[in-house]
Design a protein around this ligand. Sequence first.
Ligand code: SF4
Length: 458
Amino acid sequence: MTLTEKLLARAAGKLKVEAGDNIWVKADVLMTHDVCGPGTIGVFKREFGKDAKVWDRRRVVIIPDHYIFTADSKSNRNVDILRDFAREQELPYFYDVIDDPSGHWVFDAGKGNLKRQYGANYAGVCHAALPAKGHTRPGEVLFGTDSHTCMAGAFNQFATGIGNTDAGFVMGTGRLLIKVPETMRFRLEGRLRPGVMAKDIILHIIGEIGFDGATYRAMQFEGSGIGTLSMDDRMTIANMAIEAGGKNGIFPFDARTAEYVESRTRLNGTHAAYEPVEPDSDQRFVYDTVVDLGALEPTVACHPDPGQRQKAKDLASVKLDRAYLGSCTGGKTSDFIEFARVLQGRRVSIDTFGVPATPDIVRDLQSTRWGAKTIWQILEDAGVRLTENAGCAACLGGPVDTFGRMNQAGMKCISATNRNFPGRMGHKESQVFLASPATVAASAIAGRIADPREYLPN
Ligand code: SF4
């Protein structure tokens, strides 16, 4: 069996499953957020009764992160709905925006977008927060009401996005009917060259198979190159499995996975036991390919979908209005470090926005020094507009007052986010070009799409 088949067989209590089997699986964790949480809660109450209790209060994780730092009253109210539910159900893992468990969340637009407006428990973007807070464990099944839930496949778990109706059912029963997906294997061999990042790997792969090339399939990443990739790198790759239509992305377990998971579960006091799955010798794949990491170059997915692959060096004629670094895919500490490595000592020439994915990342950037300056200061000196209000921000547009949102027709933005269908970051006639943090930085300097190798320090 492939890694995904083994995980699903275990979750179904079966010795063996095959692609195409329909099986009931047990959920280890259900995650929801402010956009889909209220709908999921509505389905749960409608189907199980207004006094119903969730199947296991320690396995429901609620992380408001999407439409948070906006004066839109309906968005603010969604956070209050989550808080009321978490209090009613006595959920230990609700990462509230504010500290008062009986308060109301209101964003104060008068204070501006840049300075922190959240309390001590706020966790930021759900997919970055889940592992950081110790909720991702190898060998488990994670369902989330968000398509990029697949990011947790970096941790050797079956993680996939589900709709509100399914999530309401999982909330009540802890189970879900799943069709076992076929598996595609991508063997990553060799090592990335300077200026090339994990984002370039997944943009290359999606360009190869198309934005629907893995529809309802597992994307299994293997090969000697995996050992050269950090957990952040693996998260970037697994995150974008859905951009090829994938049901999930999955990585093997290794010492790096163990180190990350064990430190995070210990730090946060979450469930620490886990049992990874190892690849079998008789795995069957519907597609099997080798990706030579050493041959990859800085890559861009052009408007209007993540499969429009081009090399950054061939797009120098594309003039830009904006650059954006952020999201679960591209707003991690390591992303900001590579961004800063290119920008250090230089200035951006177009509007450039930086949105860390989590409050912990804000702290990392404000406390890590390169010489006399923090990374935060280096980026501000380069002209980047950085916000302490970690979250999804303009990754999916959001209300019109969202930080970094593309509000005008015709705007072109290079972005370290994961999705670029029309209207994704705001105006339906704007255009988004997906790239690595290094390519976003180089392009922010040049005001056009640029290859970061033009700017790398020796
Ligand atoms: S950062 Fe973007 S892709 Fe990630 S969860 Fe938020 S909206 Fe979705």
